[in-house]
Design a protein around this ligand. Structure first.
Ligand code: THU
Length: 136
């Protein structure tokens, strides 16, 4: 399927504006595209009990699951106005891998020149412990 990278990144940019991040002051937005063609957005949500912070990517995936999405993730865009190349944290990489179409699922970020930079989940999380491993 055709991936509209810019549209996905713009969706992440919009979502970052809804961030609740008074502790880190580091807003993040994510937008996840599924094989169904539907995009789901998420933002980070922090808490006075700091360790309970929820990342934008996991918020977006939770949004998809809560809305009954059953297809695989084709691409994920992540954006923070505070940092170029805002790639997903380790926990979010593992979450993305769980629902990814393949190792080739795209991770889209903005580079230091504000150009689109594309990784694959396989590059960011190689040799993944996945469903196949856990079900042995
Ligand atoms: N954060 C995300 O939302 N996604 C990531 O992949 C990395 C970190 C959030 C969590 C916390 O609210 C803030 O960024 C600073 O770590």
């Amino acid at each position: 399927m055709e991936i509209k990278f810019k549209e996905l990144l713009n969706c992440a940019i919009e979502a970052s504006k809804n961030s609740y991040s008074p502790y880190s002051n580091f807003p993040v937005g994510a937008c996840v595209l599924y094989e169904s063609g539907v995009m789901y957005s998420g933002t980070n949500i922090e808490n006075s009990s700091y360790g309970l912070a929820l990342c934008a990517e996991r918020n977006a995936i939770s949004n998809a699951i809560a809305n009954g999405e059953k297809t695989k993730i084709v691409a994920v865009a992540v954006y923070s106005p505070k940092q170029k190349m805002c790639t997903p944290c380790g926990a979010c990489r593992q979450w993305i891998a769980e629902f990814a179409k393949s190792e080739n699922t795209k991770i889209i970020v903005e580079d230091k020149n504000s150009d689109i930079k594309i990784f694959t989940i396989g590059e960011l999380l190689p040799h993944t412990f996945d469903l196949k491993s856990a079900k042995k």
